[in-house]
Design a protein around this ligand. Structure first.
Ligand SMILES: Nc1ncnc2c1ncn2[C@@H]1O[C@H](COP(=O)(O)OP(=O)(O)OP(=O)(O)O)[C@@H](O)[C@H]1O
Length: 577
């Protein structure tokens, strides 16, 4: 929590003003009962109307000053805490953006969302309160005790006897609630995860009639969160009445003993009135402090979750010393040099001793069964993950020696799962290169065989793609993501099973249109279909993370059993011949 509070630095002037304002407001609160006692003892008792008007007017000015300070403190504390929350959210977002896929896998997307939203709000809320209570509670409590002592020492024993009782109640409640806050945030994570899966997978859930199962999963997560929240809130709710009971008992005791002291002539009526007000102020100060005792641990649990993300160092970072440019123009050749890769925490390697070179102007295809490591191979080129052994080189330079920005500028990736963003068709294609002209956008769409369906859309290129691209078909989505990569005109094209949702005819047409566009680029295509890879200059056959064969279609057909098996399962005898 303390570490996070360092983000308040830019708001130190506002925070100082809040502390000063709260200090002044508390002084005015402490001064008012004394003035009241004076009015009663010196004005009312002696029927001195002039005195009552004079001190009454002064009281009004003190109260007004206190109110102004209170308004100022509220305004500035809300402003500082709001700014703190905004800055922290931006900082967290910027930090998470640097994460490699490893860190995303570790924390989980749902938890990252909760941490960036709800956890920061918790800290922000407590901060707003803390700025006031931090000064007000001790000042009011000790100031109240001193003022009460100055009014009547003997009667002050009532207050001194009550304070430990209140302290015990606070201790009892906070000991029970603190552990529950961490659990509550975890349960909120879980609820977000279930909700997220439910909303993104709604089609599958309905198709498999799993709505009821999902509902019960949601109900369980919701119930668990409610349970914890109820337990916490029950205790918090009990705190207020218990405190009020103690304060009222203390008031009765003060009036009882105070009455006796007045009867004996040891105390004045005005003093007793002031005394009661001080007693209430002390109790309220303790109550605010107790609320902080309960809220700070909750915010600390949230702060720890935020700090955990901020402390997490992305395990893929730009090199301190960038590789010196060879002076030659970048061409985009890709080389895997004895590459092995194991996912963090996995027992088996996903790739073992992979070596090959793909040069500009060539099409390299990777084929293999599901889970054989094809996507993993592609993910190593833009450095989504780093190799465990060996190196991936672009134009002879290890990708770890390049900045991620420079590396990714050379790449046009079409991912296995087409991903579109909310915005128009043009916006989505231009995502590949912001400065692309309308002409270039249309050209890319034409090569990707997308112009026909785009022009059929009600507003053509300006038609809006809804969230997650739900208003276009799977094949259309794939074609738009291909257009997005094409408009970038990169040196290296990575197609990760990008033609799978296209029919054979469109697949063939697209690849034919692609050829003249990519004559100078290095093209790497991952595919399941033999027909997609047949014409490639080099086909890599991947089997269980290892290269089982490499060559042209003809060569592999003649001397590679794994490839022949794949081909036999897909093509007829005539097609093979
Ligand atoms: N994030 C991950 N963490 C741990 N293991 C993973 C991860 N992603 C993939 N794997 C494992 O690595 C292996 C290779 O997966 P990869 O996705 O590269 O296969 P693929 O050949 O592309 O399969 P497909 O054709 O089905 O897409 C698989 O055994 C898979 O279970």
């Amino acid at each position: 929590m303390i570490k996070l509070l360092s983000h308040l630095k830019p708001y130190r002037i506002a925070v100082t003003c809040v502390l000063v304002f709260v200090f002044l407001q508390t002084l005015s609160d402490l001064y008012l009962p004394t003035l009241l006692a004076d009015i009663v003892d010196k004005g009312v008792m002696y029927a001195d109307t002039h005195y009552i008007w004079r001190i009454g007017g002064f009281m009004l000015i003190v109260a007004l000053g206190g109110t102004l300070c209170s308004v100022g403190a509220s305004y500035l504390s809300a402003k500082a805490a709001g700014g703190f929350g905004r800055d922290l959210r931006s900082r967290l977002f910027a930090h998470v953006e640097k994460f490699s896929l490893n860190e995303f896998d570790k924390i989980g997307t749902a938890s990252l969302i909760t941490r960036t939203t709800n956890d920061i709000t918790q800290v922000q809320m407590v901060l707003t309160m803390m700025m006031r209570v931090l000064v007000m509670a001790p000042l009011m409590c000790f100031g109240g005790i001193i003022m009460a002592l100055s009014r009547d020492v003997k009667l002050s024993f009532v207050i001194i006897a009550i304070v430990p009782v209140i302290a015990l109640v606070i201790l009892f409640i906070s000991k029970r609630t603190i552990p529950l806050f961490g659990i509550q945030q975890k349960r909120l994570d879980r609820l977000n995860l279930v909700l997220r899966e439910h909303l993104t997978g709604i089609r599958v859930i309905r198709a498999f009639n799993r709505t009821q199962h999902e509902q019960s999963r949601y109900t369980t997560a919701n119930g668990e969160l409610t349970d914890t929240a109820m337990r916490v809130n029950r205790m918090m709710a009990a705190m207020m009445p218990v405190m009020m009971l103690i304060i009222n008992c203390a008031s009765i005791a003060i009036i009882w003993f105070g009455g006796i002291r007045i009867d004996h002539g040891g105390m004045e009526v005005g003093d007793l009135m002031a005394f009661i007000q001080y007693a209430w102020q002390i109790m309220f100060a303790l109550m605010f402090a107790s609320m902080m005792f309960v809220m700070v641990p909750r915010a600390s649990a949230s702060a720890a979750r935020i700090q955990e993300v901020l402390d997490m160092q992305p395990n893929i970072e730009d090199p301190a010393n960038r590789a010196a440019s060879s002076g030659q123009q970048a061409k985009g050749s890709v080389e895997f040099r004895d590459v092995s890769f194991r996912y963090p925490g996995a027992e088996m390697t996903a790739l073992t001793n992979i070596s090959f070179k793909a040069s500009p102007g060539e099409v390299t295809a990777i084929i293999g069964g599901t889970g054989s490591g094809k996507s993993t191979m592609l993910n190593l080129i833009p450095r989504f993950y780093d190799t465990s052994e060996g190196a991936v080189l672009i134009d002879g330079v290890d990708v770890r020696e390049m900045t991620q920005q420079a590396l990714r500028e050379t790449i046009g990736l079409v991912p296995q799962k087409a991903m579109l963003f909310t915005g128009s068709v043009t916006d989505n294609i231009r995502f590949g290169r912001e400065e692309a002209t309308d002409e270039e956008v249309r050209h890319a769409a034409a090569i990707a065989q997308a112009s026909e369906f785009i022009e059929r859309m009600p507003e053509g290129y300006q038609s809006v793609i809804s969230q997650g691209g739900t208003n276009v078909s799977g094949g259309q989505k794939q074609r738009l993501s291909i257009a997005r990569a094409l408009v970038r005109k990169p040196l290296i094209y990575l197609f990760d099973d990008s033609f799978s949702a296209l029919d054979f005819k469109t697949d063939a047409k697209l690849r034919a249109a692609l050829r003249p566009e990519t004559t100078e680029a290095t093209v790497i295509i991952v595919a399941q279909r033999v027909s997609t890879v047949m014409d490639a200059d080099r086909i890599i056959v991947l089997d269980d993370g290892q290269i089982a064969g490499m060559g042209t279609h003809r060569e592999l057909l003649d001397n590679n059993a794994v490839y022949r098996e794949i081909v036999m399962s897909q093509l007829s005898e005539e097609e093979i011949a």
